[in-house]
Design a protein around this ligand. Structure first.
Ligand code: BES
Ligand code: MN
Ligand code: ZN
Length: 463
């Protein structure tokens, strides 16, 4: 689904955004009829409230949009989306009441409100479209929304239609749209090319495990490599998940979906970087050939891993992909994964934790998280916990007993596979919006990619 504004030449109905304490002033120079209409409809300019103003023929001439108190906005942003969602099908434009600095976010909110996962619906809904204000960068906002739609669609599509085969097809399509180079290593070729852990995790599925690899841009530009967890369904493997925990596991490719959304942005906005996108795409399934608890795997890097829970599969496939990413010593590696339940327990579904050893990168991410309305929060790579991930029989333990600091120990595990990159950040995403909010539909969620995009622009794109 493409996110699009209405064309510039179209007639549009203006929307006046009115703060609750500014309603009386706004009404003071309006006709008695408008005053009566506003009163009789109970319009108080509460945040998200909408009132259409008809002419004598019954056509909508203006829209009043409640913008509430300034303090309301701190409860979460993207409120313009709740206004878009309440309007009938037509073309609108922003009239009065928004600050210049609010236009970008309000416009993005509007586009985000237009998302619907309608692949399995035989009827589709109506759209209130926005003619963008001439002062905003409409192409950038469209790219941001299109990336988010791509991510949501990929996550929302059930594993029956988004297994490793379909994820590969979507990956190739994305590469094709931007003239990127795509290569795929699949099935036994993973063993021949030394990706043993991607193979081990995915080999029990009917759809072969694979590593998807995309490169784009100029080799002499800064190298930015994105690695996304592509577990198309996570049953837990032989350590099978209980039904309640398995229910949402179509979203376990959420890291790859977000990395693909970010890759789309980098390519659509033509950032001056050499992009690489790596996605280990597997299904963590159960069959006679499944990997088992207490198996010892030898990773691409040579580190051995004792499997103590086949449900800690994400770190295994990511380890081999991160090893490959690290081999060319890129400037920046970004890892995105629905890696641990512990991350969700620590920070809830809306604030993904991120891990990096670079304080300056961490500060840049935190700042971008605020300016882009893309919440993330730093957790530590806590060195003293390193012994927790070292078992008796191998170099590493994929699922340490006790479960202490589960998001941290998973992150420490990944860090063992990154040595040469200048900077490394790992984001443990939830990838799902459990309760719809303005601009965020229930279901697959785009998280952290606007913040990371901003950071890449600031730190790696210098002409
Ligand atoms: N995909 C899950 C993590 C997950 C679960 C993310 C629920 C978001 C919501 C991952 O593969 C997993 O099962 N992790 C285990 C690891 C444990 C066995 C060490 C977990 O977090 O319980
Ligand atoms: Mn798992
Ligand atoms: Zn998983």
């Amino acid at each position: 689904m493409q996110a699009k504004f209405a064309g510039n030449s179209q007639d549009a109905i203006p929307i006046d955004f009115i703060k609750a304490d500014g309603l009386d002033t706004w009404l003071s120079d309006k006709s008695g009829q408008i005053n009566a209409w506003v009163k009789s409809n109970g319009f108080t300019a509460a945040l998200g409230q909408v009132l259409t103003l008809p002419d004598t023929g019954g056509n909508i001439t203006r829209v009043l949009a409640g913008w509430g108190q300034a303090s309301d906005h701190s409860k979460g942003r993207y409120w313009a989306a709740s206004i878009a969602a309440k309007l009938p099908e037509a073309v609108y434009e922003f009239g009065s009441g928004l600050e210049q600095s609010e236009l970008h976010e309000a416009s993005l909110s509007w586009l985000l409100a237009q998302y619907a996962f309608d692949r399995y619906k035989t009827k589709s809904g109506s759209l209130a479209r926005l003619k963008p204000d001439t002062s905003i960068n409409a192409e950038r906002v469209e790219a941001l929304a299109t990336a988010e739609f791509l991510t949501r669609d990929l996550i929302n599509t059930p594993a029956s239609d988004m297994g490793p085969d379909a994820l590969e097809a979507a990956f190739r399509k994305l590469g094709g749209e931007h003239d990127a180079k795509v290569s795929v290593i699949k099935g036994d070729a993973l063993l021949e090319n030394n990706f043993p852990m991607i193979h081990a995790v995915g080999r029990a599925s009917d759809q072969q495990p694979r590593l998807l690899d995309m490169t784009w841009g100029n080799d002499t530009d800064p190298k930015v490599t994105l690695v996304g967890k592509g577990v198309c369904f996570d049953t837990g493997g032989l350590n099978i998940k209980p039904g309640s925990s398995m229910g949402l596991m179509k979203k376990d490719m959420g890291g790859s979906a977000n990395a693909m959304g970010l890759a789309h942005l980098i390519m659509a906005l033509k950032l001056k970087v050499r992009l690489r996108l790596l996605v280990p795409a597997v299904e963590n399934s159960i069959s006679a050939g499944a990997f088992r608890p207490q198996d010892v795997l030898t990773s691409r890097k040579g580190l051995t891993v004792e499997i103590n829970n086949t449900d800690a599969e994400g770190r295994l496939v990511l380890a081999d992909a991160l090893t490959l990413a690290d081999e060319e010593s890129p400037d920046f590696i970004v890892c995105m994964a629905t890696l641990t339940g512990a991350a969700r327990v620590a920070l809830g579904p809306d604030v993904p934790p991120f891990f990096t050893d670079s304080d300056s990168l961490a500060n840049a991410i935190s700042n971008a998280s605020v300016s882009e309305t893309d919440p993330v929060w730093r957790l530590p790579f806590w060195d003293p916990y390193e012994p927790i991930i070292e078992p008796d029989v191998a170099d590493l333990d994929n699922a340490p007993k006790g479960g202490f600091g589960g998001a941290i120990t998973a992150a420490l595990f990944l860090r063992r596979f990154v040595e040469h990159a200048d900077e490394f950040v790992h984001l443990d995403l939830y990838g799902w919006t459990p309760v719809a909010k303005p601009g965020r539909t229930h279901g697959g969620a785009c998280q952290s990619i606007r913040a990371i995009l901003r950071v890449i622009e600031e730190r790696h794109c210098h002409d």
